[in-house]
Design a protein around this ligand. Sequence first.
Ligand SMILES: [Zn+2]
Ligand SMILES: [Zn+2]
Length: 148
Amino acid sequence: MTVESTAALCARHADASAVATCARCGSFLCGECLELLGESAFCAPCVSLRRSEGPASRAAWGALWLGVMGLVVLPCTLAMPLPPLVAGVGGVVLGMREAGRIRRGESPAKGRVPARVAYVLGWLTLGVLSAWLLFWGWLYFAASGDRG
Ligand SMILES: [Zn+2]
Ligand SMILES: [Zn+2]
């Protein structure tokens, strides 16, 4: 065995022998570079590429669902302010977290739009909710002021 051995070497680590080839670009991978997606081996750039091409993550849709639900249950704010509050906060938090994951390449880029919409809808819900509560609070104090 010499350094000029014909055994394939890792494309990134010249001193490591390859154990697999990337299923997408075909570059040689050592055990350290190898990333498995299902049954196939991929290099790190191809894994992130596949992620960015994939459909939006469930977290992105979940955030969007919460954001929409916040607006849907908004009319019952008067009776129960809790559901829109929870949905609004959930939409903002989940949307923000998912947007961060997409920026770091951990989630598919397609989730960017639902995550952003969830974030905006969540703030909208919270904004309307607080305006609504302030209005009723003001009415309540005005009415009790009249009586007293
Ligand atoms: Zn590759
Ligand atoms: Zn390597």
